[in-house]
Each structure stands twice: as C-alpha cells, then as structure tokens.
Design a protein around this ligand. Structure first.
Ligand SMILES: O=C(O)C(=O)COP(=O)(O)O
Length: 406
C-alpha cells in the first residue's frame, strides 16, 4: 500500500474492499462507534463504504452501555474496556474491531455468546512492537534510561552505569509468534544466542531460524535476558512469578537482566503475565538485575503500581510498544496508520459477510474445550463451531489462519 507523503505516515485511503456481496449484504447504512483515538484513514474508509461513523473517546462505561445498542460495529484500541455488560446491550452489533493486537480489554467470550465477531489487526503493529522491545533490551543492557535521568540531574556517574554487552548473551523468548520472531532476528544481529519456547511453533522451524527450541522452564533458567510475547489468557496468567523467577540466573552479576512484559489489565482482578509484587521483590533483592515494562495493570497506573515503576532498576514506558501476541499496538505513526486501515477494511468486509482476517473470538472458551491445543493462541479449530453461528465467511478465513499458523 503506498504511503501518503502528505499525511503523518498514515496510509492512503483505499477503496473499501468487498463492500457488497452478491447476496446484497453491505456496509452501507451501518453505524459504527470508534471509542478510542484512531487515525483518520479508518473513518475515511468506513465512510467511503457508506458507514455512519461516530468518534467518541473516553465514554464512561455507563454511557457506553446506554448508547451501544444503536451501533452495528465498535472499533477500539486499548483505552476502552468492552465488558460483558456492555456487550449484553449491543443488540445490533455484528463486529467489534480492535485496531491493534491485544484483545484482553474485550470480553471475547461474552461477544461470542452474543454472536459478535471480534477482530484484531495482527500484523499492523508487529514491527513497531518488536522495535520497541529491542530498544528496551538495549536500554537495559547499557543503562540508557538511568544514565539519561542521572545526567538530567546534572550528575556525571560513569561507573555506576557501566553496562554489559549483548553480544554472546542468551536471549530467552517466550512466544515465537509474529512479534517474538521479529525481535529475534533483530537481536541476533547484536550477536545474541536465542533460545525460545512456544507450544505452537515446530522445533524444526525454530532451528531454521537459528533458535534453540527449549521448554518454558529451560527458557527462564538459561536466559540472560528474557522477553515475553504471549497473549494474555488464563493459562498465561502470572506465568512468570516468584517461583519461576527463583529459577532464573541470579544477580547481582550485572549480566542478569530481564524484560518481562506486564500485561495491560484494566481490572485488577484479571490475569497478568508477571505479578508486579514478585517482579518488584526480585529487583529489590537483586536477583533480577533490571526489567523493562511497557504495559500496566491500570493505564494510567494505579497508586499501588508506582513502587515498581519508580524502582531504579526498572525502565518504564507508557504503553508505547505493547502488542500481544501478543501481542503488541505499538505507538508509531506507521503502525497506527496500518491498524486503522486494516480494521476499517475488516469491518466493511464483516458487514458485507465477506471473509475477514484476525478473528479472535473466545480464546478462553476454546481452551477449556480443547485443552490439548494449549493456551497460546486464540486461533483454534474448535472456534469454527462457535463462529459458524456468527459468520460462515469468517470461519473459512479462520481455518486458513489456523492451518497457516503452525
Ligand atoms: O496492539 C496492542 O496489543 C497494544 O497493546 C497497543 O495498544 P494501543 O492500541 O496503542 O492502545
């Protein structure tokens, strides 16, 4: 897709793809609410397809519940929490689009039960998320953030901020999906040895990428740096915790640094990859030499999260690079242009009952029904049955993705 040089890196508006099927279903006249800030290209594509678009950011939950019944589609980023209660009132809704990757702010199970497709834009922000991860790893190795803060305080402390080389160190990657693999190729160019775990990534494919396939436990135990790129599901909740941290190579050797990615979690009772208290304790004891966190339980962070953020060995960024599989809607002009365009086209396609990509309905339902599929994917064949009630075209596309994934 050519870039529009006059815009902020956003994509040119393309003709809405497949806006009308032979059967006559179309996006024309449908009403869509965009409840988080999004690039204009999204609005343009929808309007060109005849969709009526309302952009309303920061709508309080009670208000959202009141108005959601008017809409056929909803587009969000991470700012809007789409609860079961809100979905319950979404009587006309066909699809919820996540302009980004992580869908942990959407109750996918409730959406599936109500026959609503949930779609994300899995490719749009991959590179931006991966680049941000690499920036954080490099920053941890060389104390870039701490050195900068110290100089801004007019100090000259070369000794305190001596770092370590990345070359020759072992990078452990949990989750070898899109983002994980982009991180790997970049960090290999630093000369890092990579070990990785992903229940869905075949060991042979890992070896072709020069990654040593290992168990999750080995990945944590052998890594000098650890990076986490798995979706936030019940099974991945607190997957790095005080017990597994204890198995990691210990500090205070300055070679021990991790980059756990704490998951965004707007409600404090929902799962996270790393309990913040455990990470804070590991930094305080020196067992973990440093960590970088981009996504927080509450955004902006709640009072209890600041102790971790303010710890001198922690590098924090305000959700600039997270992607799920995860997950990672990275805050770059390029990524925001891509996800905005992709989600608009997907919504238009869904209205026209055409195949859509990035269907992520009900990962939890899928997992409990098919535990042997393991947790790290929202794409599983059993979803076909659930989605058959929703949209046959979506099922076709989902099955293609499932077989293409592994
Ligand atoms: O895409 C993702 O998973 C993200 O976490 C990005 O979130 P955002 O769209 O920048 O609010």
């Amino acid at each position: 897709m050519p870039k529009n040089p006059s815009s902020n890196g956003a994509m040119d508006v393309t003709s809405p793809k497949r806006a009308r099927t032979q059967g006559g279903a179309s996006a024309k006249g449908k009403k869509v609410l965009i409840s988080d800030p999004i690039e204009q290209v999204c609005v343009d594509i929808l309007q060109k397809a005849g969709v009526v678009v309302d952009c309303k950011s920061k709508v309080p939950p009670a208000e959202l519940k009141k108005i959601i019944g008017e809409y056929d589609g909803l587009i969000v980023r991470s700012g809007t929490t789409v609860t079961a209660e809100i979905i319950e009132s979404a009587h006309k809704m066909t699809a919820i689009g996540r302009a980004g990757t992580g869908v942990d702010n959407i109750d996918c199970v409730a959406a599936t039960k109500k026959g609503i497709i949930v779609m994300n834009t899995p490719g749009g922000n991959t590179v931006s998320a991966a680049e941000h991860t690499c920036a954080l790893i490099a920053s941890l190795a060389r104390n870039v953030a701490q050195g900068d803060a110290s100089m801004k305080a007019r100090k000259w402390d070369r000794k305190k901020y001596m770092g370590v080389e990345l070359s020759g160190k072992t990078l452990g990657v949990l989750g070898l999906g899109r983002v994980g693999r982009e991180v790997i190729s970049r960090m290999q160019s630093y000369g890092m040895d990579v070990i990785g775990y992903d229940p869905f990534f075949p060991p042979d494919a890992s070896r072709k990428l020069n990654i040593e396939p290992v168990s999750a436990a080995d990945c944590m135990a052998r890594a000098d740096f650890l990076t986490v790129h798995v979706p936030l599901l019940d099974d991945t909740k607190d997957m790095i915790n005080k017990t597994s941290i204890a198995t990691m190579k210990p500090g205070p050797s300055s070679t021990r640094r991790t980059w756990p990615r704490c998951s965004r979690d707007t409600s404090t009772t929902r799962p996270r990859h790393v309990p913040q208290a455990d990470l804070l304790a590991a930094l305080q004891s020196g067992h973990v030499a440093g960590a970088a966190v981009d996504v927080f339980e509450s955004e902006p962070p709640a009072e209890h999260e600041w102790a971790l953020i303010e710890h001198p060995k922690l590098v924090a960024t305000p959700h600039l690079g997270a992607v799920l599989p995860a997950w990672t809607g990275a805050s770059t002009l390029e990524a925001q242009g891509k996800v905005a365009e992709e989600i608009a086209n997907s919504l238009v396609a869904a209205f026209a009952e055409q195949p859509v990509v990035g269907v992520v309905n009900a990962p939890n339902l899928t997992l409990s029904q098919k535990p042997e599929l393991k947790p790290w994917t929202a794409l599983a064949t059993s979803l076909g049955k659930l989605l058959a009630q929703v949209n046959k075209a979506a099922v076709t596309s989902l099955q293609v993705q499932v077989s293409g994934k592994v």
